[in-house]
Write a protein that binds this ligand. Structure first.
Ligand SMILES: [Zn+2]
Length: 71
């Protein structure tokens, strides 16, 4: 591998890392679109990942997953 191959492989890796960081940022910031049903999320929930009904659904599923079995 010569220097220019090495440099371009570093460059590609950094570019990938930046793209992933940007994607993560978008996801954590919310996209204004529900991640589950892809409907627009209510404006006051613009940073939420899901619309209200999908969020309730999600929380319900999480509860089942986490607390489904009573100890
Ligand atoms: Zn939804």
């Amino acid at each position: 591998m010569d220097d220019s191959d090495w440099a371009s492989s570093i460059e590609a890796k950094e570019r990938d890392a930046c793209i992933q960081k940007a994607r993560r940022y978008h996801i954590t910031k919310g996209t204004g679109v529900c991640g589950d049903c892809h409907d627009p999320v209510e404006a006051e929930r613009a940073n939420a990942l899901r619309c209200v009904s999908c969020q309730q659904d999600f929380e319900h599923r999480q509860r089942i997953k986490n607390g489904g079995r009573h100890v």
